[in-house]
Design a protein around this ligand. Sequence first.
Ligand SMILES: C[S@@+](CC[C@H](N)C(=O)[O-])C[C@H]1O[C@@H](n2cnc3c(N)ncnc32)[C@H](O)[C@@H]1O
Ligand code: SF4
Length: 487
Amino acid sequence: MKLNLNGNINRIYVQSLCMIFYHGVKFPEGDENTDGLELTVTLTQNENTVHCTALLTADNNMADTVSTDSFSDKESEDRTNKIVVGQAVYNVCSEMTGRTSGYGILTGIRPSKVTAELLSFHSEEETLSILTDRYLVSKEKAELCITVAKNETEILRETDDSRCSVYISIPFCPSRCNYCSFISFAGKKLFSLIPDYVKRLCEDIRETFSLIEECGLSVSCIYIGGGTPTVLEPNQLEYMLSTVAQCVDVTKLEEYTLEGGRPDTITEEKLRIAKELGITRISVNPQTLNDFVLEKIGRRHTVEEFLKAYEKVKACGIKNVNTDLIAGLDGDTVDSFKKTIDSIIALDPDNITVHSFSVKNASQIRVDDKDIYIKGFSEARDSVEYSIDRLCKNGYIPYYMYRQKNTVDNLENVGYAKKGSFGLYNVYMMSDAHTVFGIGAGATTKLVKHINGKAEIKRIFSYKYPYEYLKEKRSADKTVREFFERR
Ligand SMILES: C[S@@+](CC[C@H](N)C(=O)[O-])C[C@H]1O[C@@H](n2cnc3c(N)ncnc32)[C@H](O)[C@@H]1O
Ligand code: SF4
């Protein structure tokens, strides 16, 4: 698409809006027009008002639109300009393609963050109309954003700069699912790294907890994620969890999660160890309760195996159980996803996280099928709509949400929980509320402190791959100390 932008317009923002309607479209620099699409956007403003025109041509078709607004003290000029540009670009693309997007001109990963900001200045009713009228968000999505924003704000009230969370990474999986792009390792050769990996991880766990103590922080949540942490042998799991228990009083944590994930790695022995060593939240993920779809996505377990693992998890005494689902998977239909949702609700987990299928460039399914993004479009939209309706009607409260790039129909991921079972780490991690220490290959540390209410953030990246992580030790202690000394 050839882009002609006149005035103070953010090019990246216009590109992200166009990509909602023209997935995968490229924006060559200069005068090149390789796909017959050309968009001209012009922004003009005077003292009180801003005015934007957009003209889109696609081969022999043409659409144009105008958007205007007045500046107000409740909003910065930049924000008003962005909204007006957003409306013009959205409307012209929508007119040309005949399509809409539930999130209107909100292209960012956290629509609930924008909503929370609005709620801090406006009533709920005003926020709803700002989202629908100005941000062009559908009423259903606007209501969802408001509920999530209120719950997130409530959760975030409980934390401050004196607290932190810890993420421990186990980047190994029993096999590779074809929709996934996580850097995780499957296969015998790579599994041979696990004993050394666990040993090194435990050294880093000890060092990180003593650094946390030295910096005067208290630990809110620990999240052991992956990959598939339950891929560890019982003795390895026990060693890792005992190491954590030697470093911190696990009974005082707000939440201690073990991401089991793959049902085919969960055993009664591992669950007993997890429970005894303080785990309070666990995930066991079917993604779908349709065997045909499980096979298509290369998940290498059956619905039956999930149900057996789920039963064991429920019986083991860990009080908060989460199940992850994905809407819009290859081969899934609205009817089959409805069955998945209804069956999951019948199983009564405390948390249900509904992801929307996101086409990851590094996933096998993307390599095998270039058109995969378009395939599940309408199925995904109706599936997600059904999940919102059924889950809310069955006592599940949406408490956190985020969006990912290249998600079918630009949809969202939402965490639902029963009252009192919100997954706190998810909310802390997604916001800039407090520091998160990442331990292990692929884990990122995010240092956070607030100065005059504004978050100062520093990210420290670990080695991506286990073999790099094992080869060389990279200490971030000095950076961490310096960051907190200047508090
Ligand atoms: C970090 S992954 C690990 C979970 C665990 N290994 C498992 O597979 O059950 C967390 C969740 O992200 C979701 N997910 C992974 N890839 C996805 C994709 N391409 N699109 C949408 N959701 C995805 C899945 O629901 C998955 O359970
Ligand atoms: S979805 Fe989970 S089990 Fe499958 S490859 Fe990704 S991280 Fe591993």
